[in-house]
Design a protein around this ligand. Structure first.
Ligand code: RNT
Ligand code: ZN
Length: 422
């Protein structure tokens, strides 16, 4: 497909959509304004750079696979991100975990981290015109080995993690201020039990008190926004997770925090698309961790699934994009990691475009009239509209390869760069 074909196809698609009352130009203009926060941790299997061979341990999450070429240093990770970003249309954000600090030769404990340990990341984001989001890391650490962090019964361990949370909020606020865009600092902790607890109450009470301490210092919401992320179960925490949905929903409402909904963190038949409008009735803003749960794993690469489309539809139909921070959260170590980022992020953007090309007003009109037959018929007919032509046009207009072309770039990068890593 050359540029001319792409534009011809787009003009035809534009007419087809116009006949449905959908303005493709308006959709594309709206899409450009939605940043996706790319999670740094897909690039190195959630290892981070605390030690030369740091790898993900504990926390009820696992990266499986040993596809060659994972980033071993922050420079390599940034270079891989640059490559992925060059294949993703639009202007996006970087979501960094605390364990990606660059502390040179000295080891800096997590409760002593400072903004300066992220200066290369901040410089990189600045030169790319990107905002940043941040996360304290409550896993892969000896003090998390017992499976409890902020809700630990051990005062010393709890204090350590509280101090980590405090340090991270300050780092988030610094990033937000320097980059001129609020940083969403998201707290996720793995705390829980593999088997049936005898006391579900005390850890939750400790967690509430610990969070109150972490969040005690008021920070300017122009710089930092706090989010809390729930989970139903993890690997090794099948029976009980302290930070459950009800726990954090209550905490977020009571304390004016953002609620983070991770699409892999609920019962396998439960979907977050149905939660968005409920949650946003009570909290001002949400953070999404868009992921794909497969059986017991919560973190497969995002595909253009029905649920992904439903999430995007909810955001667009409900006019919630201004109150939603879209982040990604998946990590697959069994495929090319730059491809994983590219596939997942392009799919998130595709889902948003699909939702923006929906004749929502008409669907809602027939629904209100009780004509649910037409609703179903229209929803199904829309599926064969020439969406791909609008998507190609968007990619082309943003100077990134269309479908079928970007993979060649990843293969070249693999050959020239990734395959040279030991
Ligand atoms: C784990 C949570 C959490 C992590 C990242 C690394 O189940 O989803 O968000 O994946 O913080
Ligand atoms: Zn998550």
């Amino acid at each position: 497909m050359n540029r001319e074909n792409i534009e011809q196809s787009y003009q035809l698609a534009k007419e087809r959509y116009a006949a449905l009352g959908v303005d493709t130009e308006a959709a594309v203009a709206a899409l450009k304004k939605v940043p996706i926060s790319l999670h740094c941790w897909q690039g190195d299997d959630v290892g981070g750079f605390e030690t030369p061979d740091a790898e993900l341990s504990g926390g009820g999450i696992q990266a499986t696979g040993n596809y060659p070429g994972k980033a071993r240093t922050a420079d390599e990770l940034r270079s891989d991100l640059d490559k992925a970003l060059s294949l993703i249309p639009g202007d996006h954000r970087l979501n960094l975990h605390a364990i990606y600090a660059e502390t040179g030769d000295k080891r800096v404990e997590r409760d002593a981290l400072e903004p300066e340990h992220y200066s290369s990341w901040i410089d990189w984001a600045k030169s790319n015109g990107m905002g940043m989001d941040f996360n304290p890391s409550y896993f892969s650490h000896p003090k998390a080995d017992d499976g409890f962090t902020l809700s630990s019964a051990d005062d010393g361990i709890r204090k350590f993690w509280i101090d980590h949370g405090k340090a991270c909020r300050k780092i988030g606020a610094f990033m937000g201020e320097v980059l001129g865009s609020p940083c969403v600092t998201n707290v996720w902790i793995p705390d829980g039990y593999k088997d049936i607890p005898a006391d579900r109450k005390a850890p939750r009470e400790r967690l509430k008190a610990a969070l109150d301490e972490v969040f005690a210092e008021p920070l300017d919401p122009k710089h930092n926004l706090d989010a809390v992320e729930c989970k139903l179960f993890g690997i090794g925490s099948e029976s009980y997770v302290v930070g459950s949905h009800e726990f954090y929903m209550g905490y977020a409402i009571a304390n004016n925090k953002l609620l983070c909904l991770d699409s892999g963190h609920f019962h396998p038949t439960e979907v977050i698309s149905d939660k968005i409008s409920s949650v946003l009735t009570y909290v001002d803003e949400i953070l999404l961790h868009v992921s794909r749960g497969v059986r017991w794993d919560s973190d497969h690469v995002v595909t253009l699934s029905d649920e992904l489309q439903a999430i995007a539809q909810e955001l667009v139909r409900g006019d919630y994009l201004g109150r939603t921070h879209i982040g990604l959260d998946f990590f697959d170590a069994s495929i090319n990691r730059v491809a994983a980022w590219t596939i997942g992020t392009r799919n998130m953007i595709k889902a948003l475009l699909l939702a923006m090309l929906e004749p929502t007003a008409q669907l809602q009109k027939v629904e209100l009239e009780g004509d649910v037959t037409s609703r179903l018929a229209m929803m199904e007919d829309i599926k064969s509209m020439p969406f791909g032509a609008v998507w190609d046009h968007y990619c082309e207009s943003k100077g990134v390869p269309v479908d079928g072309k970007w993979l060649l770039e990843v293969k070249k990068y693999e050959e020239g760069v990734l395959s040279k890593r030991g």
